[in-house]
Design a binder for this molecule. Structure first.
Ligand code: NAD
Ligand code: WQD
Length: 339
């Protein structure tokens, strides 16, 4: 069965492609390499022994997308392709709306015209904003995200809800909490392009001496140690959830399905806990300084992922320390690669 994976050479996409191949799916990747590199494809082949079909183009190019659908018997899609830098989205909102939503709509048009179902969308815990209660389950009220990036996720969800209902399609919206870590082979991970905004890539680069010090954004939050709390989920666990969600859609007896799952560990960790865990797991120092809060940050977010456990038979299994070890191995791989 052929599955289209858009953004399949990106961070979460590449790990998911490996899991799909491990489950005997034929994978077709479309990725314009705007936030990835071609060697990731070689590394997927090295890990799995199979080279997925790869088309390097921008999904906004409808005519090229049509050719992919003409050439293959596609039976489902996992749609990772999107721009994801929160700060950049605030200064380039039109670019974000255009890339994240036009790309999505172009794939959905092909699904509609060709009678294809089974669509998985990469959503985010950002759709909950600062929730009033922890942990966050799927019935927690949604709040308008502060960033344009976050809004593209909310709009994406709305588009898919309408798409599923109007055209009788099977759709799964997966709300990721904070993905971290790298493949155990150290051949896949998050590519550090520019100065990282996210915590774990910044911690990794600080430990490696690429950055002098980590800025801890705020120690006056109403949390145990004053730093903000998130639910850090290991990327391979996250990738496995995609296979489970896809299999549920494919095997469903229903013509129309709208699944929504929170994908997290259920455990919150503070910024300082992450720093300490990284130091302990890898026996390296992470120098840091306390700075004022970062604008737009929430205090606390962690998931109740019981629904995914019950319905997908999926659960995050990797500890924070284990995940952070893989991050460090990935950093060493990148260093060797650059030498
Ligand atoms: P990523 O940037 O590593 O991967 C996205 C991939 O899509 C990249 O390889 C990029 O080259 C490609 N791409 C972007 N626009 C494209 C276009 N128009 N045509 C073709 N390819 C295009 O990001 P990621 O961290 O793997 O995230 C994957 C998805 O998960 C995104 O939709 C993101 O919004 C969502 N998400 C990510 C996080 C996170 O913290 N990483 C959290 C929640 C949700
Ligand atoms: C985590 C914590 C920071 C960097 C963002 C997006 C969200 C989602 C995941 C996709 C926060 C603190 C960070 C640093 C720090 N992406 N921090 N120093 O903010 O939870 O979410 O990425 O959908 O939409 O908004 O993740 O990794 O940026 O930050 O102190 O140098 O680490 O303040 O408390 P965040 P993050």
């Amino acid at each position: 069965m052929s599955i289209l994976v858009t953004g399949g050479l990106g961070y979460i996409g590449s790990h998911t492609v490996v899991e799909l191949i491990n489950h005997n799916f034929d994978v077709i990747i479309v990725d314009d390499l705007s936030n990835s590199e071609k060697f990731i494809l070689d590394n997927i082949e090295e890990i799995t022994g199979k080279r997925p079909i790869f088309y390097p183009f921008d999904l906004r190019r409808k005519e090229l997308l049509k050719q992919v659908f003409d050439a293959h018997d596609i039976e489902g899609c996992i749609n990772f392709a999107a721009s994801k830098a929160v700060g950049e989205s605030m200064v380039k909102p039109l670019d974000y709306y255009e890339n994240n939503l036009f790309s999505l709509i172009n794939v959905l048009q092909e699904f509609k015209e060709r009678n294809i179902s089974n669509f998985i969308f990469s959503s985010s815990c950002t759709v909950y904003g600062q929730a009033d209660q922890m942990p966050i389950d799927e019935n927690t009220p949604l709040k308008e995200p502060e960033s344009t990036y976050g809004k593209t996720k909310s709009f994406g969800e709305d588009i898919l809800k309408d798409f599923s209902k109007a055209y009788n399609k099977r759709v799964s919206l997966l709300r990721y909490f904070n993905p971290i870590g790298a493949h155990p082979s150290a051949l896949l991970g998050e590519l550090p392009i520019g100065i990282p905004n996210n915590l774990v890539p910044y911690v990794m680069q600080t430990a490696a001496g690429i950055r002098e010090k980590l800025s801890v954004w705020g120690d006056d939050y109403p949390t145990e140690d004053g730093t903000a709390v998130r639910d850090y989920i290991y990327v391979v666990d996250l990738a496995k959830a995609h296979v489970a969600a896809l299999q549920k859609l494919i095997h469903s007896d229903e013509e129309t399905v709208l699944d929504i799952y929170n994908l997290g560990t259920g455990k919150g960790s503070s910024v300082l806990e992450v720093v300490k865990a990284f130091e302990l797991a890898n026996d390296v120092a992470v120098p840091y300084q306390i700075c004022p809060r970062r604008e737009g940050d929430i205090t606390i977010a962690y998931a109740n992922a019981d629904k995914a456990e019950k319905e997908l038979n999926w659960k995050a299994e990797t500890t924070l320390e284990e995940a952070l070890k893989t991050t460090w191995e990935w950093q060493k791989y990148l260093k060797d690669r650059n030498n």
